[in-house]
Design a protein around this ligand. Structure first.
Ligand code: SF4
Ligand code: SF4
Length: 82
């Protein structure tokens, strides 16, 4: 998934305007500071916002836990199939 390091975000809005599918918004982080937030359910992981962010605050995070879960599921299915 694509994540924002909110402590590095400078609220420029470049990711919001560059995202082709509108998956990013600037939201109040609770301290009257607006930071980028990516809707991971919508994000297509195209990487455009990562390139455009002047603060290098956006990155792709590999979800190892999910990968392990997927491997386990596949192995269980293979075992059950004999
Ligand atoms: S990776 Fe692409 S789709 Fe996802 S938030 Fe960034 S620009 Fe939008
Ligand atoms: S482009 Fe980077 S610095 Fe600008 S709002 Fe988005 S995450 Fe924050």
């Amino acid at each position: 998934m694509v994540i924002v390091d909110q402590s590095s975000c400078v609220s420029c809005g470049m990711c919001v305007v560059s995202c082709p599918i509108g998956a990013v918004d600037l939201v109040d982080n609770g301290t009257d500071t607006f930071v980028a937030k990516i809707d991971s359910a919508v994000c297509g992981i195209c990487g455009v916002c990562i390139d455009r962010c002047p603060a290098k605050a956006i990155s792709i995070q590999i979800n190892k836990k999910n990968n392990e879960t997927n491997v386990e599921t596949e192995m269980t299915q293979m075992t059950e199939a004999g």
